[in-house]
Design a protein around this ligand. Structure first.
Ligand code: GLU
Length: 300
């Protein structure tokens, strides 16, 4: 592949303002793309309408611009791409890869097997819905294969979907397409070659690779960055009351994000403009310097 064929992306869910954790994902994906003379796209993942906060997408985009993280090409919004998800879902139906499921959350919680923190769907509706029940969601039938991929930072990842995940939802009971399906359809639609995102999604990747295989789509390269956690070990998020990054303090926050990513920016960069900081970050980008952990606190 020519270096300039690189296409990366940042795909935030607009559930609140950009905090330091999302800035790290944005910056990491941006530097990796630009270091490879690639394109960096932004996709707004506003598919989960109940979680979407009005105005949050524009607020996030304004912050990215204030940080000098300018995207290439038009932004796509998942809320406007239902037809594409429907088409993919239809293809899955055609190949017999999905089935309707009538189980309620409660029924699943009662009968599911536990794998770590995750509940593994026991396959109750695999052979049809029980009489008198109605379909709520649609699930993908997983097979017995191990999904293996080599993460550029976290190394080899192996997951046995059947015992570690189970048949997973692609069309939710509320009629919305699930993130796992939408992300696969959109990464392919945008010709994404390299996904750089937080390690909270590391174990979603095998599901996405499985869907890519079913839909005959190319699998991009993946790199999962450590997720920023607070002193209590919780991921920075709206729920954990993470503070939004300040728009008028971009240079020092970018500097802190470079430090978080172990890029060792020289101290004098602290006083530089954001353009200068980003240029330094692009030229000196070294993902190998990042510790391959799933989480890290900001002071690490
Ligand atoms: N929208 C997801 C999030 O904000 C990220 C999805 C992805 O990068 O694949 O957590």
């Amino acid at each position: 592949m020519e270096r300039s064929d690189y296409r990366g992306r940042f795909a935030p869910s607009p559930t609140g303002p950009l905090h330091f954790g999302s800035l790290v994902a944005a910056l990491g994906s941006y530097l990796d793309a630009k270091h490879h003379q690639g394109k960096w796209l932004v996709r707004i993942e506003d598919l989960d309408t109940p979680r979407t906060v009005k105005g949050a997408a524009d607020e996030m985009l304004g912050t990215l611009e204030a940080y000098g993280l300018h995207w290439d090409e038009d932004i796509i919004y998942q809320s406007r791409r239902t037809a594409a998800y429907e088409e993919a879902f239809h293809r899955l139906k055609e190949v017999g890869a999905v089935y309707p499921c009538s189980c309620s959350r409660r029924e699943i919680a009662d009968s599911a097997l536990q794998c770590g923190e995750e509940l593994v769907y026991p396959g109750t509706c695999r052979n049809g819905i029980a009489r008198g029940k109605t379909a709520r969601a649609w699930r993908v039938l997983v097979n017995d294969a191990h999904i293996v991929f080599s993460d550029r930072l976290q190394g080899n990842i192996v997951q046995h979907l059947a015992t570690q995940v189970g048949d997973f939802v692609v069309l939710r009971a509320d009629g919305l397409f699930a993130y796992q399906l939408a992300v696969v359809v959109d990464d392919a639609f945008q010709f994404i070659t390299h996904v750089v995102r937080g390690a909270d999604l590391l174990y979603s990747t095998p599901r996405q690779i499985y869907l890519q295989q079913l839909l005959e789509l190319t699998t991009p390269a993946y790199m999962h960055l450590p997720v920023v956690v607070n002193a209590q070990g919780e991921k920075l998020s709206k729920q954990t009351l993470a503070q939004p990054v300040e728009k008028n303090n971009a240079a020092s926050t970018l500097f802190a994000a470079l430090v978080f990513l172990h890029q060792q920016p020289p101290a004098e960069l602290r006083l530089c403009t954001i353009e200068h900081l980003l240029a330094w970050g692009i030229a000196n980008w070294q993902p190998a310097a990042i510790f391959p952990t799933a989480t890290a606190t900001q002071s690490n």
